[in-house]
Design a protein around this ligand. Structure first.
Ligand SMILES: [Zn+2]
Length: 561
C-alpha cells in the first residue's frame, strides 16, 4: 500500500483519469470528418468539463468511479470504432445489443478480440487503481486543485473560441450536441425512449383499422407468399451478374422477374423487416407505433394468414406483426438452440398449402445468409469450398466468401422449391422475395465486415428482389406481370413490398398506395430515403458514403437517388 501511495499520488491519478476519459475524444478526432477548429473544441470543452468533475472531490478516485456509465459508453465507443472505422455509437447499436441474441455476440468476439482486450487494459486497471486510492489517506492539495480549476477555465475559453469559429464555418456539423459524449448519451436516451414506445405498442396500435376488402371472387383459390431474406446482398447473386453461379435454379427459370436497383432503407433487421410489412416508411417512421401489418389487411379481406420464422423472437415490430397471423410459428425459440436450415420451412409451407383454405397469405422470415455463414446451409448446398474459417481476417477471406456464397445457393434452392410447391397447387399464386439488407465481406481496404454499421455501405444496401406469378395468375391478370417486368430496372426501395402485395392480393384499403405498387401503371417510387440516426430520413444521395461505396454503386449500376 505504501509503494502504491508513492507511485499513485492523487495528483498523478488525477492526470491519468483525465487522460483515460479523453481517449474516445482523441480517437474520434482522427476518425470523424470534423472541421479542424471543431476538433479543438472536441478535446478542450469535454476536457475542461472532466477537469472540473475530477476537481469536485479531494479524492479523484471517487469521481472516476462514480462516472462508470461514461466509461462503459467510452469502452463501447472504442470497440465500435475498431469495428466500423468511424462514427458515434448509434441509437440502433444500443438496441441491437438488446435485440441480438448473445450467441451472435460471441460469434463476433473473435473479430473484436483485439479491441475488447485493448479496452479492458485501458479501463480495468484504472478502475482498480481508483478503488485502491479510496483507502489512501492522501488527497489532492489545495494549490493543485486551484491550478486545475484555472486550467479548466483556460480550456473552456480556448474551446469556446474554437467552437465559435467552427460553428460559424459549418453550423450543421459544429454543434454542441455533436460533441462526444453528449452525442453518445443522446443516442442512448433515444434508444431507451424507442424501447419504451415499442413496449406500449399494443396500446398505441389497438384502434388501427385497414378497413380492407377483397376485390376478388370469394371462390377463387389464391395464395400469396412473401419471403423475407436475411443479410443477402445482390452483389453475390449470379442473377445480378455475380461471376459465380450462386443462383443456378432461379437463373434457369424463365418465369422470374428480378428487380435490379433495389435498396433497403435501413441496414438493420429489427427496422428493415417491419418496414416491409406496414405502410410506415423512412419518411415517417414514427407512424409504425400505431400501425398494424399487411397480415391484418389480408385477414380483414378474408385470407387465412401464416407467419413462419426461422429466426428467434427479437422483441421488435417483426414479433408484434407476426402475432397478427392466424398461425404463427418460430422454428427456433431459444438462443441456445442451433438454428435450423431455412429448408426446414419447405414442409411447413407444403402442409399449409394442403390445409384446405381457399385464400392464404404466407410470410416466411428466413435466416438466409446471416453470420455464421457455414451454419446456414446443408451439405447439398456446399458448392464452394473450403468454407470453414476459424477467424475473420484477410487471410481467410476466400473461405468466408465461399461460405457466404453457399448461403445464396441455399436461398436459391429454397425459393425454387417454394415456387415449385406453389406451381403444383394450380392456384392463382404469387411470390415476392426481398432481403432485409446486405453485408460487408472485407470487400476493400476498409476491411468492413457484417452490417448495421452507423454509416451504411453499398454492400449493405443493395438487396435482391424477385417476383413470381403462377400461370393461373398470369392468365387472370396478364397486365400485372407485364407491368412488374417493365419496372425491373426502376430504382426503388423496400417500401414496395407492402403496397405490391396488397395490389397482387386484390386488397383495397386507404393505406394502399399504387405509386409504390410494382403491378400498377401509377408506379412512381420517387426519391429514396435512408432511415438515419434517431429515425431521421436522409435522402440516399446525401449519405456521406465513402469513396469506395460511391465507386461500387457506380460499378453495379445503382442510382444514388
Ligand atoms: Zn437482417
Amino acid at each position: 500500500m505504501k509503494r502504491f501511495n508513492e507511485l499513485f499520488t492523487p495528483q498523478r491519478l488525477f492526470v491519468i483519469f483525465l487522460g483515460i476519459m479523453l481517449v474516445p475524444n482523441i480517437f474520434l478526432c482522427f476518425t470523424e470528418p470534423l472541421p479542424l477548429a471543431f476538433k479543438g473544441a472536441y478535446i478542450l470543452l469535454p476536457g475542461a468539463f472532466y477537469l472540473l468533475l475530477l476537481n469536485l472531490s479531494r479524492k479523484p478516485g471517487i469521481v472516476f468511479l462514480s462516472l462508470l456509465p461514461l466509461h462503459f459508453i467510452g469502452a463501447v465507443q472504442l470497440v465500435l470504432l475498431y469495428l466500423f472505422g468511424h462514427s458515434i455509437i448509434a441509437s440502433d447499436m444500443y438496441l441491437n445489443i438488446f435485440t441480438t441474441n448473445s450467441g451472435e455476440a460471441f460469434e463476433l468476439l473473435d473479430k473484436l478480440a483485439p479491441a475488447v482486450i485493448g479496452v479492458l487494459l485501458l479501463y480495468i486497471p484504472a478502475l482498480v487503481v481508483a478503488i485502491y486510492s479510496l483507502r489512501s489517506t492522501k488527497e489532492l492539495t489545495s494549490p493543485f486543485r486551484k491550478r486545475a480549476f484555472i486550467l479548466a477555465m483556460l480550456m473552456t475559453g480556448g474551446g469556446a473560441a474554437c467552437y465559435t469559429s467552427a460553428h460559424h464555418e459549418d453550423p450543421q456539423v459544429a454543434r454542441l450536441d455533436n460533441l462526444y459524449p453528449i452525442n453518445a448519451f443522446n443516442n442512448a436516451r433515444f434508444a431507451i425512449k424507442s424501447w419504451e414506445a415499442a413496449k406500449k405498442y399494443r396500446q398505441t396500435s389497438k384502434d388501427f383499422d385497414y378497413r380492407a376488402s377483397s376485390t376478388r371472387e370469394s371462390q377463387l383459390p389464391e395464395v400469396y407468399v412473401l419471403i423475407i431474406g436475411e443479410t443477402s446482398r445482390a452483389a453475390n447473386w449470379s442473377l445480378y451478374g455475380y461471376e459465380r453461379n450462386t443462383t443456378p435454379r432461379l437463373c434457369a427459370r424463365h418465369d422470374i422477374i428480378h428487380f435490379d436497383d433495389v435498396l433497403t432503407p435501413i441496414n438493420a433487421t429489427h427496422k428493415s423487416v417491419p418496414l416491409m410489412l406496414c405502410p410506415a416508411n423512412a419518411l415517417d417512421f414514427q407512424q409504425i407505433y400505431r400501425q398494424k401489418s399487411l397480415i391484418t389487411a389480408f385477414k380483414q379481406a378474408g385470407f387465412h394468414t401464416a407467419f413462419l420464422s426461422n429466426q428467434l423472437h427479437n422483441g421488435s415490430f417483426t414479433d408484434f406483426f407476426a402475432e397478427e397471423a392466424d398461425y404463427t410459428r418460430y422454428l427456433t425459440t431459444r438462443p441456445e438452440e442451433t438454428h435450423r436450415y431455412d429448408n426446414a420451412l419447405l414442409p411447413l409451407v407444403d402442409s399449409l398449402l394442403h390445409c384446405g383454405v381457399k385464400k392464404q397469405l404466407i410470410i416466411l422470415h428466413t435466416y438466409g445468409s446471416h453470420f455464421n455463414y457455414c451454419e446456414r446451409y446443408s451439405p447439398e448446398n456446399r458448392l464452394f469450398t473450403p468454407d470453414h474459417i476459424d477467424k475473420i481476417d484477410r487471410k481467410n477471406r476466400q473461405a468466408m466468401i465461399n461460405a457466404y456464397d453457399n448461403t445464396i445457393v441455399a436461398t436459391d434452392r429454397l425459393l425454387d422449391g417454394i415456387i415449385a410447391l406453389l406451381d403444383h397447387t394450380g392456384h392463382t399464386a404469387a411470390l415476392l422475395y426481398l432481403s432485409d439488407h446486405g453485408e460487408d465481406l472485407l470487400d476493400d481496404s476498409r476491411e468492413r465486415f457484417l452490417h448495421a454499421s452507423p454509416l451504411p455501405t453499398y454492400y449493405q444496401l443493395h438487396v435482391p428482389c424477385i417476383l413470381w406469378f403462377s400461370p393461373q395468375y398470369r392468365q387472370l391478370f396478364p397486365l400485372d406481370a407485364e407491368l412488374a417486368q417493365s419496372h425491373h430496372d426502376t430504382p426503388f426501395d423496400s417500401r414496395v413490398a407492402f403496397h405490391t402485395l396488397l395490389a397482387i392480393g386484390g386488397i383495397e384499403t386507404d393505406y394502399r398506395n399504387d405509386s409504390l405498387s410494382l403491378v400498377s401503371h401509377a408506379f412512381h417510387p420517387g426519391e429514396r430515403y435512408y432511415l438515419g440516426e434517431r429515425n431521421t430520413p436522409v435522402p440516399m444521395q446525401h449519405i456521406p458514403f465513402d469513396e469506395e461505396d460511391r465507386r461500387a454503386f457506380g460499378q453495379h449500376g445503382i442510382a444514388l437517388r
